[in-house]
Design a protein around this ligand. Sequence first.
Ligand code: SF4
Length: 897
Amino acid sequence: MPDTLSQSRSVRTTCPYCGVGCGVLATPGPGGTVSISGDPEHPANFGRLCSKGAALGETVDMDGRLLHPMTWGRRSDWDTALALVANTFTRTIAEHGPDSVAFYVSGQILTEDYYVANKLMKGFIGSGNIDTNSRLCMASSVSGHRRAFGADVVPGNYEDLETCDLLVLVGSNLAWCHPVLFQRIQAARAARPSMKLVVIDPRRTQTADTADLHLPIRPDGDIALFAGLLAHLDRGGFRDDTFVSAHTEGLESALAAVPSDLDAVSVATGLEPELLARFYALWAGTEKVVTVYSQGVNQSAEGTDKVNAIINCHLLTGRIGKPGLGPFSVTGQPNAMGGREVGGLANQLAAHLAFEKPGDRDILAGFWNAPATAAQPGLKAVDMFRAVARGTVRAIWIMGTNPVDSLPDADAVREALERCPFVVVSDVMAETDTTRVADVLLPAAAWGEKDGTVTNSERRISRQRSMLPLPGEARPDWWIITQVARRMGHGDAFPYASPADIFREYAALTVHASAGTGRPLDLGPFAEMSDGNYQDLQPVQWPVAGTACNPEGRARMFGDGRFATADGRARFVAPASTAGAPVHDGLVLNTGRIRDQWHTMTRTAKSPRLSTHYAEPFLDIHPEDAARRGIAAAAIVRVANTFGAALLRARVTDSVRPGTVFAAMHWTDQFSSRGRIDALVAPRTDPFSGQPALKGAVVDVAPARMAWHGFAVMRHEPVGIDAAYWARARTPFGWRVELAGRSTPADWTDFALRLLGVADGHEAELATYADAAGGHYRFAHVSQGRVEAALFVAPGPVTVARTWIIDLLGSDDEAAARDLLAGRPGQGAADRGAIICACFNVGINQIEAAAAGGCASVEAIGRELSAGTNCGSCRSEIGRILRHAKVDDHADRALAG
Ligand code: SF4
């Protein structure tokens, strides 16, 4: 199976978004375009792609790309920029020591990039100060695995999630966050209806909607839930005595820490004893059970204890390392796992060597011939930026991530970077909230242009291959780091001419590190592989064996009861507490992802298709909490605490628990006036993993009194929007803007001319409707029968047919344009409503009409409208619409449709 398919010019590569790690066939076309399909031979997805992966072709254009090095705000050249970075880091280290500098890298960069960044910082600068945004994603799983198994190893694989009899998802909205894996599970359930799905989540997510049992647990009730399960299993006679006595340690202390009884678990979890008993009986009585955990477990100040509470139950029953059973962590990012393997975390060394294991540091220093290799862990992400704020870190290099938006206490992170003497940012985009505070900008190669490997959630290494030329002066991250290393005087240790050179060295290090220790991370056959074999490398799970070109990876670990601890035994770990979270006066803010956006939207917001699903930042709030605060559906609300404030659109919905609210983590200053939700998250971290509690902020929510609300569409990119609240998103033919203001403009026509960009001399093209007494204004700029822009203003949330209006920008239907000021299509014309299926542009109105016409299932809707028949990411939402007949969140319709 060659990387480039000879007949079609298609290149086999992998998706750059979530940790499922789907294989992609990318076919370059004219003008730098790329057409995308799923790779039918990749074992992660077998041809499937979700909406984000399927829209990759819409994100490879040059719009907004950083194409040249920049120093101090001016265009520079590589020699000048690299010398400036190398000299400034060298001088800072000479004057203030190696710990005065830091790298903050990303699960978006490739394993080869990670490897050289880690080698430069830990090996040759001699500091542990390299950490990654994967700290925000799965660091608690790493800590939990290392405590229980002795190494950071995911025991099972995706197939186990299909072949188990009971799948338990803990803190995981798999339907939206790992959609292809979810589709695999749904297909397995359809083929084998006896397979049960339990979802443990404070929210009734799209995933929970499809579950056989949903446990709407209190935030941070997970330890109590699984400690209670451990007690139930032990008392109920479900202990695998043979396995426990032969292969584990520490059960007594774990059992000593379990809650006293079911009532105590009920209090800590907020779940009725009957519901708990049902779940416990199901788990206990099903041998083939897989427990999947994700960000809802990891992003907590008790995340590591949560992971171990789950693993404890699998160890007690011996349900680990065999087909169809075991604990399973799904990572958020495409290469979070690769970064873990090469030491991208500040508290780990490359190749699973450990700071705390005697001799490990010397093994690494010897292999690299780097006597200065760090002997102590460096600063984890939150502490790293605190050190920047204190001035103890004086030079920082940020690669492929956007900490000004994604870290907790994000406003403080921005202030720290603004004060930092030297900030370098490598990125593919010129304008992000982090590039704005950089002294030096280095143009990095983007997906489609760079080459290397990534590792997905099931330990599977896949190639990411280039199919596009490097644009402008963009360069791969490994090349940039290597050039800086050479200019810092370490040329001998950084001789790399290609990612294959780096991969071979990394593979050789794994052999060196695992020799005589049995460390599972072993890429032995790859240490000598040729460039051609690297180019043709097939997806493979580590540890690997066999030949370099066709290695056979190992699908499961620990099935023989032999773990990676010194004595080969797994460890039960007693949690520090099973009491659950304290009760707060404020609302507990849960943050997370939506279906069609990725991280801080630098890439996915380029896609009009992906921008249709949710076009503005929102807050889900329970009807009781909303009523208590006088918050109506679709109102603009101010969400605030001592750390920061945000303005979001309220979605009043009982999908969240009373006392909790939910907001997506994606919006930045590039796309909204005040949507950076992580500015409100306290920098509270797990004591073992350092992972921040991104789902546990406490906030106040109140209506943000707005004098007017608006909705606008336009062909040009809107900038400098003059409104207290705004959010902008791309559409197929331009942009859409939601906006609201605290004070009414003195002259609405003047406001509309400016917002809509009507050029001087074209004022007569602006058609106007004004109801000054009622506060309703409508403006349509139609030139030569073509809609150029429109603005709709109302005293409350604007309710017009948004999708129809957006479509008019691309239409030459003059009759429809004449209806524009009405805000709704004329008789006989259709309004699709809010787009649910991004692949086929199918709206909620069409789905509801089909349902009213007799389509009673997702499959029937698919047959009628094609919705849900391509990537499948919208299938759970279609199911929800069918069940509720109408979508339950008024805001969905008011805002999108
Ligand atoms: Fe990409 Fe979607 Fe696959 Fe994740 S599930 S790797 S986002 S295509």
